[in-house]
Design a protein around this ligand. Structure first.
Ligand SMILES: Nc1ncnc2c1ncn2[C@@H]1O[C@H](COP(=O)(O)OP(=O)(O)OP(=O)(O)O)[C@@H](O)[C@H]1O
Ligand SMILES: [Mg+2]
Length: 271
């Protein structure tokens, strides 16, 4: 399929977003997975707007639809209903070649399992998206490794890096094209708590250092407390969302989250 040059043009990532345009808008998102003759409703009627530079945490029980939501934002899965807009562009309506290119330009993805190439040193893992055709952002791989505190580990292969260092390489790799949005699914899931907190601090500082918006899926109040806003999912629906402004610490956030989830359970039991 041919795609014209203008259609494939790529803005310069985070800095190209208009100050007045939301970084991310989701409206009425629904996603069902077919399983034989039945279907699983993974997400229903989900709407949310995220402003440029915001750090949002998505929380919810296992199976509540968090990864499905992240995959829809990343354009890795298409919604059955509803729309996803990134920097004002509706990705849910894009054809595949354009969507792939858009994703390379605008979205940085960080997976729980790091997904680094074992045979490549850290520096080449960071460069990999550019070698695969993504645009080079203003920060070179060396600078990104410095940003994540790993300039002294650039020649190390993944098996010669700690778990936290591997995750930081994965974050540097996700930033190489200066994405508008960084999406991370359980980015601290397999890390010890000290390393996990270092990753959270890094995610918190990214909007200041690179201008990108951050959406993180997590089970952990210790991670969510770094976010500006927490969105709680249950059974594929947005239960509620709250600002972390007035919450003193992870303990306060955990208590708030428990109240929300147990209140919803009691409501569910009563109906
Ligand atoms: N490919 C698939 N086919 C069928 N059902 C699926 C598929 N992917 C996810 N599901 C179902 O959709 C629901 C939401 O899954 P999802 O992976 O989004 O949950 P999650 O909140 O990320 O859970 P966890 O915290 O365990 O990672 C679950 O009930 C899951 O079983
Ligand atoms: Mg998940």
């Amino acid at each position: 399929m041919s795609v014209d040059r203008e259609e494939m043009a790529c803005g310069s990532g985070a800095s190209s977003a208009s100050a007045t345009l939301p970084a991310l808008e989701m409206d009425g998102l629904c996603k069902r997975y077919r399983q034989g003759t039945t279907s699983v409703v993974a997400l229903q009627q989900f709407s949310m707007t995220v402003q440029p530079g915001e750090f949002v945490a998505i929380m919810g029980n296992s199976g509540s639809g968090k990864s499905t939501l992240l995959n829809l934002i990343a354009g890795l899965t298409r919604p059955d209903e509803g729309t996803v807009r990134i920097d004002g562009e509706e990705i849910s309506a894009m054809r595949d070649p354009r969507l792939t290119h858009f994703r390379r330009c605008k979205i940085g993805l960080v997976f729980q399992a790091f997904n680094l190439i074992p045979t490549l040193p850290a520096i080449d893992n960071v460069r990999l998206p550019v070698l695969a055709g993504a645009p080079q952002g203003p920060l070179a791989a060396e600078e990104l490794l410095r940003l994540v505190g790993l300039q002294h580990r650039s020649t190390h292969r993944p098996d010669a890096l700690s778990g936290g260092e591997q995750q930081r390489v994965a974050i540097a790799r996700a930033l190489i094209s200066q994405p508008s949005i960084l999406l991370a699914d359980e980015p601290t899931g397999s890390l010890d708590s000290v390393t996990g907190q270092a990753i959270c601090r890094l995610l918190k500082e990214l909007p200041r250092d690179t201008g990108c918006t951050v959406v993180v899926v997590t089970h952990e109040p210790e991670v969510a407390r770094w976010a500006d806003r927490v969105v709680v999912l249950r059974d594929g629906r947005k239960l509620t969302e709250f600002s972390t402004d007035s919450l003193q610490d992870a303990g306060a956030l955990a208590a708030r989250y428990r109240d929300i989830v147990s209140g919803a359970s009691q409501e569910g039991d009563a109906t």
